[in-house]
Structure formats: structure tokens, C-alpha cells
Design a protein around this ligand. Structure first.
Ligand code: AZC
Length: 817
């Protein structure tokens, strides 16, 4: 007997149907006969909200009245993905929805697909934040996600005739957006600019302009927890209405100017990933959402109090800083405590350091934000004062801890130079209780390299929390077939809230019949994906080939170039007759990746991939055995379709560069085998699933360091491996640019003279591991056995486990009673 623990539905099918009818009538103003799937989507979403409302109120009340410290997850990005199906699942209304919608004559999938995906994030960091709010609610931990409701999310990616990336604005709010509740009555004022004056020894900030931060609230229903948390995304609105008295026609543009400026703050997400652009607007965005959130917390936890006792703040909430983007919150809380509530410096510092913690998501030094002090001074003059004072106190403290002057100098929060800079990662480390990396290896490297001086002097601050992903969205919703098989195999669906139960599948890997069922699930998913790719992109994928995916941001360190060069080498082998086409194992390679709009080499790599696809897919000599597809505009939806259909996934970053990766976890949990380097969470995935179930290749962190040390000469590798040479020559000779030898010249020049991430040095090892991969794939039963063991042993990578780790190691709080 299978034990089903799915949440009890708060609604019957009849009630759901009635709810949709009501919403269509009074909300959308249409009859069920006139309604489109988009209307039904909006109506259904409102019905879900309606039935969640009481649980939402209760969660808020328990949070404020109870004694459980809440979590405030401060993040510039929340890449939440489509909401409806996820909310239905978590709240236990999936069946009622399906039945109600069908009863009204609509196809549930079409209705769900009408939702516009909110793309309020760039990649891993934003998606992680979304998984974490899901897990917090599912564990019943009181929490707020705080961020920005950008009007334009990450750009929509298109490809032009030449295969180049084109960025189009993504106006996701063009239609009804039933999930976000705009709460004008709980707005906050956020100010900028101006001067600081001194009066009776007290500093007073006289800002020059202000914007109104309006909260837009998203319900975050927990899975089967009965709890509903809040994701509060701030939208910037103007205060400055037209000055009607001085208004006349010629001044019209001047009159609307302040409004344009204020509302620009939440207009657009910066499309940078791991390479922040130091722009004033970005700092405005950061301060905007953090300042509004801090005021909001005081409003929520100390309602109606003029003189709240803010020394209790660290008992009410703990703020997690998701990377350096919200770090301006540290001087902001200091300012609020000192300037607005009259606390002395030491008390304020004590409260602040107890309230904040910082997660670092990178190892690339250039991705740690550093702001010119002058810019901060212009925009936030009082904060610059406070930062300088924090710096001074910090240096004084360091002097009591070490006599190493150089070390003290290296640790300065504000640099000592003509145009001083503020290092946000250092400010976060000094101003918070804990600092964590996002995988074991990453946290170790943070301590040993990136923040070494800090970990020397403050070893107890440093800890690790390995990332995780929500099994609700990435297994149950994305892969219903596998979910059903897991439930069948385990005899319970409890794994959805206790993912380590997947271990119960280990013995079934010895059962050939079960492995065959598992293989059939994968095959059906591949067929589904082929149909989806046909429908959405016009691609003709052959589901009887190996599906080999590489989906992630396009960045040199992730080394899409390694994948495409290996592919070209294979193509060259066939073209030159070195390899007979009859011996080629059929493979479909699928890329998904956006590049930052200003990232030249990344964009050129996209162009190359698209043109390799064009040439290879259309070459009759290849007989369809090697196919390359690049579905444009990779997003959460595409991930949910592709991951369950993938046989082999690529995690091939240069060792020591990928902080964690979370795609790697989603793939393992969906029964793909990984080819990867010893980087980020790959290390832990390999440990858990077993070395024999993971295709490892490439240099280690130490080997990479040693090679940098020795002096890396990529051209030597080009000369040494004839297949690598053939591949690069093919890129140069115009094969993939209609004979034009200039198109990829900058890329080739970079590979041969710089190759900062050592793509060439790992090429030979990467090519070699392909024969192991192909040998195994020829034996479907063994391949699937290993894939099943990946599923069975990856339960650790649930975001529920990550949140448990945060609770124990950093937040020191737990579920509401
Ligand atoms: C990413 C890291 O590159 C990735 O390795 C990690 O898994 C993920 O964060 C979540 O921790 N970093 C970013 O996405 N960074 C930015 C600025 O977007």
C-alpha cells in the first residue's frame, strides 16, 4: 500500500469551479463561454490566493506574536518561475484545479502555460533564493523574502540570422498578474542624496530626494505545512506629483522628470551574472529595497510603537544577505538605530552584527562588489560617514588582534588610496555574525584564499551551507512520471518533504525490472521534450539518441567552449574519415544559456555554437548522428522540461571557479549522469552518488594553481593534441562562418594566447572520458542503473536540508510551534 501524505485540500472541486466562475464574472468580466485560457489562469490563481488567505494571516500573526525568530532573506533576485502549478501542488489543490478547469471545458496545461514567467533573476543566485523561500515555508519557518519587483526581468534572448544573441526587453507585467498584491497602504519612504549637517554634536542627514517603496506581496505556500510566508518585492513609485502651480506647457518634460527618475529604480534587473557593473542605478536599487525592508521589519515586529526597544531586534529576525548586493543594509541599520532611535554606537553595532549574516556566491574576485566611496558619498552621504566609522573601529579592533600591519591594511573596508573604495564583501564579513560559502569546496576556498585574512582572525564566523533545490518544483512538477515511480518504489510520497528517503531506492537498482521502468520514464520524458522542442522552437530532436545538455549562464569559466570544441573535434574526425559514421554513437547536444549583453567573448561563443549547429545538423555525412540545438531564451520553464529528459549533463567549469552549481543537483535528482570536474558541489555529488556513477575528468584546484604558477601557455596544448588543433583550425578557417576567417578570430586569439580558464589544458582529458561515456551508454540497463543510483543518493541536495543547515549553523531558529 502506498502512503500518500500530500497536503489536504482546503477546497472541493465544486468550490474551485464556483470560485473560478465568480472570479471570471466579477474580476475578469467575462462568462465562462467568453473566457480564454488566460482568463481562466487569472481566475484560478485568485481562487488559490483566496483559499490561502487564512493560512497567510495566521502565519503572520504567529510570527509576530510568537517567540520564534523569523528569517529575512534579502536578495536582489528571486527567480521564482511560474506560480500557479507550484501553489496548487503545495496547497493540495492540484486535482481540484484539474477537474474544475476541465469541467469548464479548458485544458489545464494550456491554462497553466498562459502564465507569464516572472524572470526576476539572472541565474543560480536568484533561483536559489526562490528554492529557499519555498523550503522555509515548507518547514514552517517564519520568513520574509525581500527583494525588488522589477518591471523588466532578465532580457528575452533571441538569435538573429547570423546566430548572434539579441536582447529584447521582457515586459512581464504587460498582462494581469494575479499573484502580486500591491499594498499601497504599507509603503515606505526611501531617501537619497543631499548633505549631512551637524547639530549639537549629532549628525543629521538632509536628503535631496525620496521615492515611495510600495510592497508587492507574493504568497509563498509551504508544501503540506499549512504555512504561507511572504515574498515582499518592492516597487518604486514617485512622490513628486506635478507642481500644478508652476506647471505650463513648456515645462512639461521638466515636470515629469522626477517621476521618471524615481520609478526607474525598480525598472530593470541588471543582466549581469558574476560580473557586476558598477553603476549608480544599481546602488540605488540595492539601497532602495534594503532600506524599505528594514523599515518594514520594524513596522511589522514593533507595531504602533514610537520608541520600540530595538535591542530585541536580533531575537525577532535574522537577515541573510544574499551575496554583496544587500550589504548596504549594514550601515543602513546603523543609521536607523543611531539617527532615528538614538542608540549609541556600541549598542547599535551590537544589534547590527547580531542581525546580519552573509552568503558569498562566487570565487571570482571581480564579482565581489567594490563601490567608489565618492559614489556612495553622493548618493548616501550619511552612510559613507558610517562606513568610514565602521572601518575605523574595525581597524582599531584589528590592532588588538594582530601586529601584522600589512594584513591590517589588506583588510581595510575602505581602501587607503586617492580615490578610496568600499569593499562590500569585507563590510559584510565585519558587520555580520556568519559568513558562508555555498558548497564544501567553495567555503574552504573562501577561507583559504578569498577571505583568508578574515578567517585567520575570525575563524568562528566561517561556515558552509551546501546549496540545495526544491524537490517540489524540480522533481514533482517537472517530472511527474519519475515522481510516481519513486512513490511506487518507496511505498510512500513522504520523500517530497524528506528527500533523503530516496535512499530507499538503492536496493531497487539491483532489480532489473525496476531499472527498466526507470528507463521507460526517461524515454517518455525524452519524447515529451522532443514534442515540446518541435512545438516551441521548430526543432526535430530524435529521442532515440543520447540527450546531452549544458544549461547555465554563458561564462568563460563555465567553459561552454570546451564542450563546443570537443563537438567540433568529433565532427572533424568524421569529416576526415578518421572515424566511420557507422561507429558514432548518436547524440543530441542541447545548450541553453544567456550571456550578459556586454560580454563580448561569451556572445561570440553563442554565435559559434549556433553556427556549429547549423553546419553539423545539415551535413548529410553526419546522417543525423550528431545534432546540436540551442533553444533560445533559457528560463525556468525550459529547465523544467529539459532536465527530466536529459541523459548526460555537463558540469565542466574550471576547478575552483564554480561556487556550487545547482543545475548539477537538479540533473542528478532527475536521473542524468554527470560529466564534470572537481568543482563546486560536483565534489559532494560525486561523493554521494559514488565515483563509479559520475564521469570525472580534468585538473584539480591544486593542479590549476600550479599551472598558473608555472606560467600557462595554451598554444602548447594546441600543438600537442592534433584533435584540438583540428577543431580550432576549423573555427578559424571559416567552416562555421560561411568562409569568413575573421568572424571568430578574437575567440581563437583568446584561446591560443590567454585562455584564462584553461579550456585547452583540459581538452584531452575531456575527450578521453567521452569513450567511457559512450561505452556505458551502449548498455542501457547499466546506464540506467547508475542513473537510478544518482537519484537514490542525491536526497542530500534538497533545499530543505540546506535550510536545516542554515537554521542550525547560522540562524538559530526553527519552525513556528
Ligand atoms: C551563482 C554561482 O555562480 C553558482 O555556482 C551557485 O550555485 C549559485 O550562485 C547559487 O549559490 N552565482 C550567481 O548567480 N551570482 C550572481 C551575481 O548572479
Amino acid at each position: 500500500m502506498t502512503e500518500i501524505t500530500a497536503p489536504k485540500s482546503p477546497v472541493t472541486t465544486a468550490e474551485f469551479t464556483e470560485g473560478i466562475r465568480e472570479q471570471l464574472k466579477y474580476g475578469q468580466g467575462v462568462t465562462p463561454e467568453q473566457a480564454t485560457p488566460a482568463d481562466v489562469y487569472v481566475a484560478s490563481s485568485l481562487v488559490v490566493r483566496h483559499y490561502l488567505q487564512d493560512a497567510w494571516f495566521k502565519t503572520q500573526q504567529d510570527m509576530v506574536n510568537g517567540h520564534t525568530k523569523a528569517v529575512g532573506y534579502l536578495s536582489a533576485e528571486f527567480l521564482i518561475g511560474k506560480q500557479l502549478r507550484n501553489a496548487l501542488l503545495n496547497a493540495g489543490m492540484l486535482d481540484q484545479f484539474d477537474a474544475a478547469v476541465e469541467g469548464l471545458g479548458f485544458d489545464p496545461q494550456t491554462v497553466v502555460d498562459s502564465e507569464y514567467e516572472p524572470a526576476l533573476g539572472n541565474g543560480g543566485l536568484g533561483r536559489l533564493a526562490a528554492c529557499y523561500v519555498d523550503s522555509l515555508a515548507s518547514l514552517g519557518v517564519p520568513a520574509f523574502g525581500y527583494g525588488i519587483q522589477y518591471r523588466y526581468g532578465i532580457f528575452r534572448q533571441e538569435f538573429d540570422e547570423e546566430g548572434r544573441q539579441i536582447e529584447k526587453p521582457e515586459y512581464w507585467l504587460a498582462n494581469d498578474e494575479p499573484w502580486g498584491h500591491v499594498d499601497y497602504n504599507r509603503s515606505q519612504k526611501v531617501s537619497f542624496g543631499g548633505d549631512v549637517i551637524e547639530k549639537n554634536g549629532k549628525k543629521i542627514w538632509k536628503p535631496a530626494w525620496s521615492v515611495r517603496a510600495v510592497p508587492v506581496d507574493y504568497m509563498v505556500p509551504g508544501y503540506a505545512s499549512g504555512r504561507v510566508n511572504t515574498l515582499r518585492l518592492w516597487s518604486a513609485r514617485s512622490y513628486d506629483e506635478f507642481d500644478l502651480l508652476t506647471f505650463n506647457k513648456s515645462e512639461y518634460l521638466d515636470a515629469v522628470k522626477p517621476k521618471v527618475k524615481a520609478e526607474d529604480i525598480s525598472k530593470i534587473l541588471y543582466p549581469e551574472d558574476s560580473t557586476p557593473e558598477g553603476k549608480q542605478l544599481r546602488l540605488e536599487q540595492q539601497y532602495f529595497f534594503v532600506a524599505a525592508s528594514i523599515q518594514d521589519v520594524i513596522r511589522v515586529f514593533y507595531p504602533g510603537q514610537d520608541k520600540p526597544d530595538l535591542t530585541t531586534l536580533p531575537e525577532k529576525i535574522t537577515f541573510q544577505l544574499n551575496d554583496t548586493h544587500p550589504v548596504i543594509g549594514i550601515p543602513e541599520l546603523m543609521r536607523v538605530l543611531i539617527d532615528e532611535y538614538d542608540y549609541d554606537w556600541d549598542t547599535a553595532w551590537d544589534i547590527t552584527t547580531k542581525t546580519f549574516n552573509y552568503t558569498c556566491h562566487t570565487l571570482l574576485p571581480e564579482a565581489l562588489e567594490v563601490w567608489p566611496a565618492s559614489l556612495i558619498g553622493e548618493l548616501l552621504p550619511r552612510h559613507l560617514d558610517i562606513i568610514k566609522e565602521i572601518n575605523q573601529h574595525f581597524l582599531d579592533e584589528l590592532k588588538t588582534k594582530t601586529r601584522d600591519k600589512e594584513k591590517i591594511d589588506r583588510m581595510r573596508i575602505v581602501t587607503n588610496e586617492e580615490n578610496p573604495k568600499v569593499r562590500m564583501a569585507y563590510l559584510a564579513t565585519a558587520g555580520g555574525s556568519h559568513v558562508n560559502g555555498v558548497a564544501e569546496l567553495h567555503s574552504q576556498l573562501l577561507k583559504d584564499v578569498t577571505l583568508r585574512d578574515f578567517s585567520d582572525l575570525y575563524p568562528d564566523k566561517f561556515t558552509n551551507v551546501t546549496n540545495g533545490v526544491t524537490p517540489r518544483r524540480f522533481i514533482r512538477l517537472a517530472n511527474p512520471r519519475l515522481s510516481a515511480l519513486i512513490t511506487e518504489g518507496l511505498g510512500t510520497d513522504k520523500w517530497l518533504s524528506d528527500l533523503e528517503l530516496l535512499e530507499g531506492l538503492v536496493p531497487l537498482a539491483k532489480d532489473d525490472e525496476f531499472v527498466k521502468k526507470f528507463a521507460a520514464v526517461k524515454q517518455a520524458n525524452k519524447e515529451d521534450f522532443a514534442a515540446y522542442a518541435k512545438r516551441e522552437y521548430g526543432f526535430d530532436l530524435d529521442p532515440n539518441t543520447m540527450f546531452n545538455s549544458m544549461i547555465k549562464r554563458l561564462h568563460e569559466y563555465k567553459r561552454q567552449a570546451l564542450k563546443i570544441l570537443a563537438l567540433i573535434a568529433k565532427y572533424a574526425d568524421i569529416k576526415s574519415g578518421k572515424v566511420s559514421i557507422d561507429d558514432v554513437q548518436p547524440r543530441t547536444v542541447i545548450f541553453g544559456a544567456k550571456a550578459a549583453p556586454g560580454y563580448y567573448l561569451a556572445k561570440l561563443t553563442i554565435q559559434l555554437i549556433n553556427n556549429v549547429a547549423r553546419v553539423v545538423n545539415n551535413d548529410p555525412d553526419i546522417k543525423g548522428k550528431l545534432q546540436v540545438y540551442y533553444p533560445w531564451n533559457y528560463n525556468v520553464r525550459l529547465a523544467q522540461h529539459l532536465i527530466p529528459a536529459t541523459d548526460l549533463d555537463e558540469q565542466i567549469s574550471q576547478a575552483g571557479k564554480e561556487a556550487s552549481g545547482t543545475g548539477n543537483m537538479k540533473f542528478a535528482l532527475n536521473g542524468a549522469l554527470t560529466v564534470g570536474t572537481l568543482d563546486g558541489a560536483n565534489v559532494e555529488i560525486r561523493e554521494k552518488v559514488g565515483a563509479e556513477n559520475f564521469f570525472l575528468f580534468g585538473m584539480t584546484v591544486d593542479e590549476v594553481e600550479a599551472l598558473y604558477e608555472k606560467g600557462y601557455m595554451p598554444a602548447e596544448y594546441y600543438e600537442r593534441d592534433p584533435r584540438l588543433k583540428a577543431a580550432i583550425d576549423m573555427v578559424s578557417d571559416g567552416t562555421f562562418s560561411n568562409g569568413d576567417r575573421n568572424t571568430y578570430a578574437p575567440l581563437v586569439a583568446d584561446w591560443l594566447t590567454k585562455d584564462w580558464f584553461m579550456t585547452l589544458a583540459d581538452f584531452t582529458a575531456y575527450s578521453k572520458i567521452q569513450s567511457d561515456i559512450e561505452a556505458l551508454y551502449r548498455d542501457p540497463l547499466e546506464w540506467n542503473r547508475k542513473a537510478l543510483l544518482n537519484v537514490a543518493n542525491s536526497g542530500y541536495f534538497s533545499s530543505d536540508r540546506s535550510i536545516q543547515d542554515y537554521l542550525e549553523r547560522i540562524w538559530h531558529t526553527g519552525p513556528l510551534a
